[in-house]
Design a protein. Structure first.
Length: 40
């Protein structure tokens, strides 16, 4: 199964959960970047 087939077979709930998960990862990355930017 390739990526496009897997993406097209997602349900709306799976898509929402995936989007929320990406948002959490991005928020964590921003927190880490902010922490180390002000540490210098």
């Amino acid at each position: 199964m390739d990526f496009t087939t897997a993406w097209n077979e997602l349900t709306y709930i799976d898509g929402i959960l995936f989007t929320v998960w990406l948002g959490i990862l991005y928020y964590g990355k921003c927190r880490i970047d902010h922490h180390f930017r002000w540490k210098d």
